[in-house]
Design a protein around this ligand. Structure first.
Ligand code: AMP
Length: 427
Protein backbone atom coordinates (compact mmCIF):
# COMPACT_ATOMS: atom_id res chain seq x y z
CA UNK A 1 0.00 0.00 0.00
CA UNK A 2 1.41 3.42 -0.89
CA UNK A 3 1.86 5.83 1.97
CA UNK A 4 -0.39 8.88 1.95
CA UNK A 5 1.12 12.15 3.08
CA UNK A 6 -1.48 14.75 3.92
CA UNK A 7 -0.76 18.47 3.94
CA UNK A 8 -2.70 21.28 5.54
CA UNK A 9 -4.98 23.03 3.02
CA UNK A 10 -3.46 25.75 0.81
CA UNK A 11 -3.27 29.07 2.62
CA UNK A 12 -3.63 27.60 6.13
CA UNK A 13 -1.02 26.91 8.76
CA UNK A 14 -0.45 25.07 12.00
CA UNK A 15 0.38 27.14 15.02
CA UNK A 16 3.03 25.13 16.85
CA UNK A 17 3.73 25.49 20.60
CA UNK A 18 6.76 27.78 20.14
CA UNK A 19 4.52 30.28 18.31
CA UNK A 20 1.40 29.60 20.32
CA UNK A 21 2.87 31.36 23.38
CA UNK A 22 2.73 34.62 21.40
CA UNK A 23 -0.92 33.99 20.57
CA UNK A 24 -1.77 33.40 24.21
CA UNK A 25 0.04 36.55 25.21
CA UNK A 26 -1.70 38.52 22.48
CA UNK A 27 -5.09 37.25 23.63
CA UNK A 28 -4.40 38.04 27.29
CA UNK A 29 -3.21 41.58 26.59
CA UNK A 30 -6.16 42.25 24.25
CA UNK A 31 -8.67 40.86 26.72
CA UNK A 32 -7.29 42.95 29.56
CA UNK A 33 -7.17 46.11 27.47
CA UNK A 34 -10.66 45.73 26.03
CA UNK A 35 -12.46 44.72 29.21
CA UNK A 36 -10.64 47.58 30.91
CA UNK A 37 -12.06 49.93 28.27
CA UNK A 38 -15.68 48.80 28.78
CA UNK A 39 -15.97 46.17 26.01
CA UNK A 40 -17.51 42.72 26.57
CA UNK A 41 -16.80 39.68 24.43
CA UNK A 42 -19.15 38.10 21.91
CA UNK A 43 -18.84 34.96 19.79
CA UNK A 44 -20.82 34.44 16.63
CA UNK A 45 -20.90 31.40 14.29
CA UNK A 46 -18.09 30.69 11.84
CA UNK A 47 -20.63 30.61 9.01
CA UNK A 48 -23.64 32.76 8.27
CA UNK A 49 -26.19 33.29 5.53
CA UNK A 50 -23.99 34.46 2.63
CA UNK A 51 -26.37 37.36 2.03
CA UNK A 52 -25.26 39.22 5.13
CA UNK A 53 -21.82 39.48 3.56
CA UNK A 54 -22.94 40.33 0.04
CA UNK A 55 -25.28 43.01 1.38
CA UNK A 56 -23.11 44.17 4.25
CA UNK A 57 -19.66 44.11 2.70
CA UNK A 58 -20.81 45.01 -0.79
CA UNK A 59 -21.41 43.07 -4.00
CA UNK A 60 -18.58 44.83 -5.80
CA UNK A 61 -15.84 44.05 -3.28
CA UNK A 62 -13.16 41.44 -3.94
CA UNK A 63 -14.13 39.66 -0.73
CA UNK A 64 -17.66 38.99 -1.96
CA UNK A 65 -16.92 38.57 -5.65
CA UNK A 66 -13.87 36.33 -5.49
CA UNK A 67 -12.96 35.29 -1.99
CA UNK A 68 -15.94 33.80 -0.14
CA UNK A 69 -15.95 30.13 0.79
CA UNK A 70 -19.55 29.28 -0.07
CA UNK A 71 -21.41 26.27 1.30
CA UNK A 72 -24.07 25.42 -1.26
CA UNK A 73 -27.33 23.91 0.05
CA UNK A 74 -27.25 20.12 -0.22
CA UNK A 75 -30.86 19.10 0.45
CA UNK A 76 -34.22 20.49 -0.52
CA UNK A 77 -35.05 21.68 3.02
CA UNK A 78 -31.91 23.83 3.18
CA UNK A 79 -32.53 26.71 0.84
CA UNK A 80 -29.87 28.97 2.24
CA UNK A 81 -26.37 29.39 0.87
CA UNK A 82 -23.99 29.85 3.77
CA UNK A 83 -20.53 31.35 3.68
CA UNK A 84 -17.59 30.88 6.00
CA UNK A 85 -17.20 34.29 7.57
CA UNK A 86 -14.70 36.47 5.67
CA UNK A 87 -14.77 39.10 8.42
CA UNK A 88 -16.39 39.61 11.80
CA UNK A 89 -18.44 42.78 11.68
CA UNK A 90 -21.40 41.59 9.59
CA UNK A 91 -21.99 38.62 11.94
CA UNK A 92 -21.80 40.83 15.02
CA UNK A 93 -24.29 43.24 13.45
CA UNK A 94 -26.62 40.31 12.65
CA UNK A 95 -26.32 39.24 16.32
CA UNK A 96 -26.97 42.80 17.52
CA UNK A 97 -30.21 42.91 15.56
CA UNK A 98 -31.34 39.34 16.27
CA UNK A 99 -30.77 39.64 20.03
CA UNK A 100 -32.49 43.00 20.32
CA UNK A 101 -29.36 44.69 21.62
CA UNK A 102 -30.78 48.06 20.58
CA UNK A 103 -32.93 47.78 23.72
CA UNK A 104 -29.83 47.36 25.91
CA UNK A 105 -28.25 50.36 27.51
CA UNK A 106 -26.39 52.17 24.69
CA UNK A 107 -23.68 52.32 23.60
CA UNK A 108 -23.10 48.57 23.35
CA UNK A 109 -19.38 47.80 23.20
CA UNK A 110 -18.41 44.34 21.96
CA UNK A 111 -15.23 42.55 20.97
CA UNK A 112 -14.52 39.25 19.26
CA UNK A 113 -11.60 37.01 18.40
CA UNK A 114 -11.65 34.21 15.87
CA UNK A 115 -10.84 32.65 12.52
CA UNK A 116 -11.89 34.32 9.27
CA UNK A 117 -11.82 32.73 5.83
CA UNK A 118 -11.04 34.26 2.47
CA UNK A 119 -10.13 32.42 -0.71
CA UNK A 120 -7.24 34.74 -1.44
CA UNK A 121 -4.17 33.89 -3.46
CA UNK A 122 -1.89 32.71 -0.66
CA UNK A 123 1.29 34.70 -0.27
CA UNK A 124 3.50 35.90 2.55
CA UNK A 125 1.33 37.20 5.38
CA UNK A 126 -1.90 36.35 3.52
CA UNK A 127 -3.77 33.26 4.53
CA UNK A 128 -7.07 31.67 3.62
CA UNK A 129 -7.77 31.04 7.26
CA UNK A 130 -6.53 33.82 9.51
CA UNK A 131 -7.47 35.31 12.85
CA UNK A 132 -8.87 38.69 13.59
CA UNK A 133 -9.58 40.44 16.81
CA UNK A 134 -12.25 43.07 16.45
CA UNK A 135 -14.13 45.61 18.53
CA UNK A 136 -17.38 47.39 17.73
CA UNK A 137 -19.38 50.15 19.40
CA UNK A 138 -23.09 50.45 18.60
CA UNK A 139 -25.44 53.28 19.45
CA UNK A 140 -23.18 56.31 19.69
CA UNK A 141 -22.75 58.69 16.80
CA UNK A 142 -20.28 60.98 18.55
CA UNK A 143 -16.55 61.13 17.90
CA UNK A 144 -16.04 59.80 21.46
CA UNK A 145 -16.61 56.30 20.13
CA UNK A 146 -14.36 56.82 17.10
CA UNK A 147 -11.69 57.85 19.54
CA UNK A 148 -12.35 54.88 21.83
CA UNK A 149 -12.01 52.28 19.08
CA UNK A 150 -8.82 53.78 17.64
CA UNK A 151 -7.38 54.19 21.11
CA UNK A 152 -8.21 50.65 22.22
CA UNK A 153 -6.50 49.19 19.13
CA UNK A 154 -3.52 51.46 19.68
CA UNK A 155 -3.37 50.51 23.35
CA UNK A 156 -3.40 46.77 22.61
CA UNK A 157 -0.48 47.15 20.21
CA UNK A 158 1.41 49.45 22.57
CA UNK A 159 0.92 47.15 25.55
CA UNK A 160 2.14 44.22 23.48
CA UNK A 161 5.42 46.13 23.26
CA UNK A 162 5.33 46.98 19.54
CA UNK A 163 7.19 50.03 18.34
CA UNK A 164 7.06 52.28 15.25
CA UNK A 165 3.28 52.30 15.22
CA UNK A 166 1.32 54.76 13.14
CA UNK A 167 -2.36 55.43 12.51
CA UNK A 168 -3.50 56.58 9.06
CA UNK A 169 -6.85 58.31 9.27
CA UNK A 170 -9.34 59.94 6.97
CA UNK A 171 -13.04 60.60 6.62
CA UNK A 172 -15.07 59.35 3.68
CA UNK A 173 -18.08 61.50 4.49
CA UNK A 174 -21.70 60.52 4.76
CA UNK A 175 -24.58 59.86 2.34
CA UNK A 176 -25.12 63.64 2.26
CA UNK A 177 -21.69 64.78 1.17
CA UNK A 178 -20.32 61.71 -0.57
CA UNK A 179 -22.48 61.95 -3.74
CA UNK A 180 -21.07 65.40 -4.43
CA UNK A 181 -17.59 64.04 -4.07
CA UNK A 182 -18.45 61.09 -6.33
CA UNK A 183 -19.57 63.53 -9.01
CA UNK A 184 -16.23 65.36 -8.84
CA UNK A 185 -14.30 62.13 -8.76
CA UNK A 186 -16.13 60.65 -11.74
CA UNK A 187 -15.62 63.80 -13.75
CA UNK A 188 -11.90 63.69 -13.01
CA UNK A 189 -11.59 59.97 -13.86
CA UNK A 190 -13.70 60.14 -17.00
CA UNK A 191 -11.14 62.51 -18.44
CA UNK A 192 -8.47 59.84 -17.83
CA UNK A 193 -10.57 56.88 -18.88
CA UNK A 194 -8.07 55.62 -21.51
CA UNK A 195 -5.38 55.20 -18.87
CA UNK A 196 -7.44 53.23 -16.33
CA UNK A 197 -7.07 49.51 -15.66
CA UNK A 198 -9.97 47.11 -16.36
CA UNK A 199 -10.97 46.93 -12.69
CA UNK A 200 -11.09 50.70 -12.39
CA UNK A 201 -13.44 50.95 -15.36
CA UNK A 202 -15.89 48.86 -13.34
CA UNK A 203 -15.19 50.84 -10.16
CA UNK A 204 -15.91 54.07 -11.97
CA UNK A 205 -19.49 52.89 -12.41
CA UNK A 206 -20.06 50.80 -9.29
CA UNK A 207 -17.77 51.94 -6.47
CA UNK A 208 -15.94 55.17 -7.39
CA UNK A 209 -14.29 55.60 -3.99
CA UNK A 210 -12.24 52.48 -4.62
CA UNK A 211 -10.63 54.12 -7.66
CA UNK A 212 -8.42 55.82 -5.10
CA UNK A 213 -6.87 52.65 -3.68
CA UNK A 214 -6.25 50.70 -6.90
CA UNK A 215 -2.89 48.89 -6.67
CA UNK A 216 -2.11 49.34 -10.36
CA UNK A 217 0.90 51.65 -10.72
CA UNK A 218 -0.59 53.82 -13.44
CA UNK A 219 -3.85 54.19 -11.53
CA UNK A 220 -1.91 55.15 -8.42
CA UNK A 221 -0.24 57.96 -10.33
CA UNK A 222 -3.66 59.19 -11.42
CA UNK A 223 -5.03 58.92 -7.88
CA UNK A 224 -2.34 61.30 -6.62
CA UNK A 225 -3.91 64.07 -8.71
CA UNK A 226 -7.51 63.14 -7.90
CA UNK A 227 -9.85 65.44 -5.90
CA UNK A 228 -9.38 65.20 -2.14
CA UNK A 229 -12.41 63.90 -0.27
CA UNK A 230 -11.59 65.99 2.78
CA UNK A 231 -12.30 69.11 0.72
CA UNK A 232 -15.84 67.86 0.04
CA UNK A 233 -16.98 66.99 3.57
CA UNK A 234 -20.17 68.56 4.87
CA UNK A 235 -19.77 70.67 8.05
CA UNK A 236 -21.00 67.84 10.34
CA UNK A 237 -18.54 65.33 8.88
CA UNK A 238 -15.72 67.86 9.06
CA UNK A 239 -16.38 68.57 12.74
CA UNK A 240 -16.69 64.88 13.53
CA UNK A 241 -13.31 64.20 11.93
CA UNK A 242 -11.71 67.15 13.70
CA UNK A 243 -13.06 66.02 17.06
CA UNK A 244 -11.70 62.51 16.51
CA UNK A 245 -8.24 63.86 15.69
CA UNK A 246 -8.27 66.16 18.71
CA UNK A 247 -8.68 63.16 20.98
CA UNK A 248 -5.75 61.46 19.30
CA UNK A 249 -3.65 64.61 19.66
CA UNK A 250 -4.51 64.77 23.34
CA UNK A 251 -3.10 61.27 23.90
CA UNK A 252 -0.12 61.76 21.64
CA UNK A 253 -1.14 58.99 19.25
CA UNK A 254 1.09 59.16 16.20
CA UNK A 255 -1.15 59.64 13.18
CA UNK A 256 -1.13 60.92 9.65
CA UNK A 257 -4.05 62.06 7.56
CA UNK A 258 -4.21 59.91 4.45
CA UNK A 259 -7.05 61.17 2.29
CA UNK A 260 -6.78 58.30 -0.20
CA UNK A 261 -7.55 55.75 2.50
CA UNK A 262 -10.92 54.34 1.54
CA UNK A 263 -11.15 50.76 2.86
CA UNK A 264 -12.39 47.93 0.69
CA UNK A 265 -15.77 47.63 2.30
CA UNK A 266 -18.86 49.56 1.27
CA UNK A 267 -20.46 50.10 4.65
CA UNK A 268 -18.07 52.68 6.04
CA UNK A 269 -19.11 56.29 6.69
CA UNK A 270 -17.04 59.14 8.07
CA UNK A 271 -13.95 57.92 9.95
CA UNK A 272 -11.72 55.31 8.31
CA UNK A 273 -8.35 54.30 9.69
CA UNK A 274 -5.52 51.83 9.45
CA UNK A 275 -2.82 50.99 11.96
CA UNK A 276 0.59 49.96 10.69
CA UNK A 277 4.20 49.56 11.75
CA UNK A 278 7.10 50.79 9.73
CA UNK A 279 10.33 48.79 9.98
CA UNK A 280 13.93 50.08 9.62
CA UNK A 281 13.84 49.57 5.88
CA UNK A 282 10.68 51.65 5.62
CA UNK A 283 8.53 48.59 4.85
CA UNK A 284 5.00 48.95 6.17
CA UNK A 285 2.92 46.23 7.64
CA UNK A 286 -0.81 46.86 8.05
CA UNK A 287 -1.85 45.46 11.41
CA UNK A 288 -5.47 46.45 11.39
CA UNK A 289 -8.12 48.70 10.05
CA UNK A 290 -11.54 50.02 10.81
CA UNK A 291 -13.98 52.83 10.67
CA UNK A 292 -17.48 54.08 11.20
CA UNK A 293 -20.38 52.25 9.58
CA UNK A 294 -23.52 54.15 10.49
CA UNK A 295 -25.54 52.54 7.69
CA UNK A 296 -24.85 48.85 8.23
CA UNK A 297 -27.31 47.91 10.99
CA UNK A 298 -30.16 49.31 8.97
CA UNK A 299 -28.87 47.72 5.78
CA UNK A 300 -29.06 44.30 7.47
CA UNK A 301 -32.64 44.87 8.63
CA UNK A 302 -32.16 46.53 12.01
CA UNK A 303 -33.10 49.94 13.39
CA UNK A 304 -31.01 52.98 12.44
CA UNK A 305 -27.95 52.59 14.66
CA UNK A 306 -24.64 54.41 14.40
CA UNK A 307 -21.62 52.14 14.84
CA UNK A 308 -17.85 52.15 14.65
CA UNK A 309 -15.24 49.40 14.94
CA UNK A 310 -12.04 47.77 13.69
CA UNK A 311 -10.29 44.50 13.24
CA UNK A 312 -6.69 43.58 13.86
CA UNK A 313 -4.87 40.86 11.92
CA UNK A 314 -3.41 38.54 14.53
CA UNK A 315 -0.92 36.70 12.26
CA UNK A 316 0.59 40.02 11.16
CA UNK A 317 0.84 41.30 14.70
CA UNK A 318 2.60 38.17 15.87
CA UNK A 319 4.96 38.27 12.93
CA UNK A 320 5.90 41.85 13.83
CA UNK A 321 6.25 40.96 17.54
CA UNK A 322 8.80 38.33 16.52
CA UNK A 323 10.55 40.66 14.06
CA UNK A 324 10.82 43.34 16.73
CA UNK A 325 11.99 40.72 19.24
CA UNK A 326 9.31 41.66 21.73
CA UNK A 327 9.89 39.93 25.06
CA UNK A 328 6.88 38.02 26.31
CA UNK A 329 6.36 36.39 29.70
CA UNK A 330 6.48 32.62 29.31
CA UNK A 331 3.55 30.64 30.69
CA UNK A 332 4.36 28.72 33.88
CA UNK A 333 5.32 25.17 33.02
CA UNK A 334 5.87 22.24 35.35
CA UNK A 335 7.22 23.52 38.65
CA UNK A 336 7.41 20.36 40.72
CA UNK A 337 7.67 16.72 39.63
CA UNK A 338 6.97 14.08 42.24
CA UNK A 339 9.29 11.10 42.12
CA UNK A 340 8.24 8.21 44.35
CA UNK A 341 9.55 4.75 45.08
CA UNK A 342 7.30 2.10 46.61
CA UNK A 343 3.76 1.65 47.92
CA UNK A 344 4.03 3.68 51.11
CA UNK A 345 5.68 6.51 49.13
CA UNK A 346 2.81 6.44 46.63
CA UNK A 347 0.29 6.94 49.40
CA UNK A 348 2.16 9.92 50.85
CA UNK A 349 2.76 11.35 47.36
CA UNK A 350 -0.93 11.51 46.56
CA UNK A 351 -1.42 13.69 49.60
CA UNK A 352 1.50 15.94 48.67
CA UNK A 353 0.18 16.19 45.12
CA UNK A 354 -3.24 17.35 46.33
CA UNK A 355 -1.73 19.94 48.63
CA UNK A 356 0.45 21.42 45.90
CA UNK A 357 -2.49 21.60 43.48
CA UNK A 358 -4.52 23.41 46.12
CA UNK A 359 -1.73 25.97 46.47
CA UNK A 360 -1.78 26.57 42.69
CA UNK A 361 1.67 25.05 42.20
CA UNK A 362 2.09 23.26 38.85
CA UNK A 363 2.81 19.67 39.76
CA UNK A 364 3.50 16.72 37.47
CA UNK A 365 2.93 13.29 38.97
CA UNK A 366 2.33 9.86 37.48
CA UNK A 367 2.13 7.12 40.15
CA UNK A 368 4.10 4.69 38.01
CA UNK A 369 6.51 1.93 39.01
CA UNK A 370 9.41 3.49 37.10
CA UNK A 371 12.77 3.64 38.84
CA UNK A 372 14.44 6.71 40.34
CA UNK A 373 16.65 7.42 37.33
CA UNK A 374 13.81 7.16 34.85
CA UNK A 375 11.54 9.45 36.87
CA UNK A 376 14.29 12.04 37.33
CA UNK A 377 15.00 11.96 33.60
CA UNK A 378 11.34 12.58 32.91
CA UNK A 379 11.40 15.57 35.29
CA UNK A 380 14.44 17.00 33.49
CA UNK A 381 12.76 16.60 30.09
CA UNK A 382 9.75 18.53 31.38
CA UNK A 383 12.03 21.38 32.46
CA UNK A 384 10.61 20.98 35.94
CA UNK A 385 12.18 23.35 38.42
CA UNK A 386 12.09 20.86 41.32
CA UNK A 387 11.86 17.14 41.87
CA UNK A 388 10.30 15.92 45.11
CA UNK A 389 11.79 12.55 45.92
CA UNK A 390 9.81 10.29 48.23
CA UNK A 391 11.41 6.92 49.03
CA UNK A 392 10.15 4.31 51.50
CA UNK A 393 12.42 5.71 54.23
CA UNK A 394 11.25 9.32 53.72
CA UNK A 395 7.63 8.19 53.62
CA UNK A 396 7.98 6.46 57.01
CA UNK A 397 9.52 9.62 58.55
CA UNK A 398 7.04 12.04 56.90
CA UNK A 399 9.88 13.68 55.00
CA UNK A 400 10.78 14.41 51.39
CA UNK A 401 13.91 15.29 49.47
CA UNK A 402 13.54 18.57 47.58
CA UNK A 403 15.93 18.61 44.64
CA UNK A 404 16.49 21.84 42.73
CA UNK A 405 16.97 20.62 39.17
CA UNK A 406 18.54 23.87 38.00
CA UNK A 407 21.40 23.62 40.53
CA UNK A 408 21.33 19.84 41.22
CA UNK A 409 21.37 20.50 44.96
CA UNK A 410 19.00 18.85 47.39
CA UNK A 411 17.79 19.08 50.98
CA UNK A 412 15.45 17.04 53.14
CA UNK A 413 12.33 18.65 54.60
CA UNK A 414 9.47 17.56 56.85
CA UNK A 415 6.30 17.25 54.77
CA UNK A 416 4.50 19.77 56.93
CA UNK A 417 6.87 22.61 55.96
CA UNK A 418 7.27 21.52 52.36
CA UNK A 419 4.61 23.66 50.69
CA UNK A 420 5.87 26.85 52.31
CA UNK A 421 9.43 26.03 51.32
CA UNK A 422 8.48 25.48 47.67
CA UNK A 423 6.41 28.65 47.56
CA UNK A 424 9.32 30.62 48.99
CA UNK A 425 11.71 29.23 46.39
CA UNK A 426 9.32 29.79 43.48
CA UNK A 427 8.94 33.48 44.24
P1 AMP B 1 -9.65 43.78 6.66
O1 AMP B 1 -10.67 42.94 7.37
O2 AMP B 1 -9.44 43.36 5.22
O3 AMP B 1 -9.86 45.25 6.85
O4 AMP B 1 -8.24 43.46 7.36
C1 AMP B 1 -7.90 43.84 8.65
C2 AMP B 1 -6.56 43.24 8.99
O5 AMP B 1 -6.66 41.82 8.97
C3 AMP B 1 -5.45 43.57 7.98
O6 AMP B 1 -4.80 44.75 8.32
C4 AMP B 1 -4.52 42.37 8.11
O7 AMP B 1 -3.63 42.58 9.19
C5 AMP B 1 -5.47 41.24 8.45
N1 AMP B 1 -5.78 40.41 7.27
C6 AMP B 1 -6.69 40.64 6.30
N2 AMP B 1 -6.72 39.64 5.40
C7 AMP B 1 -5.79 38.75 5.80
C8 AMP B 1 -5.33 37.49 5.30
N3 AMP B 1 -5.83 36.94 4.21
N4 AMP B 1 -4.35 36.83 5.98
C9 AMP B 1 -3.83 37.37 7.12
N5 AMP B 1 -4.23 38.53 7.65
C10 AMP B 1 -5.19 39.23 7.00
Amino acid sequence: MSRVFYQSPRGTKDILPSEEIYWQYFFNVAQKTLSGAGFTKIETPHFENAEIYSRGIGETTDIVQKEMFLLQPTSSDEQVTYALRPEGTAGVVRAYIQNGMNSWSQPVRLWYFGAMFRRERPQRGRYREFYQLGAEIFGDESAKSDYLVVMSAWEILRRLGLSNLIVYASSIGCPDCRPKFYAKLKKFYKEKINRLCQDCLVRLEKNPLRLLDCKNERCQEIAKEAPNILDSLCPECRIHFQNTLEYLDYFGVRYEIESRLVRGLDYYTRTVFEIATINDKGRQSALGAGGRYDGLVQLLGGPVTPAVGYSLGVERIIEVMREQKVKIPLPRGVEVTIVQLGDKAKEVSRDIHDRLVKENINVFYIPSNDGLRQQLQAAAKLDSRFALIVGQREAMKAEVILRDLSTSTQETFAIKVLVDEIKKRLK
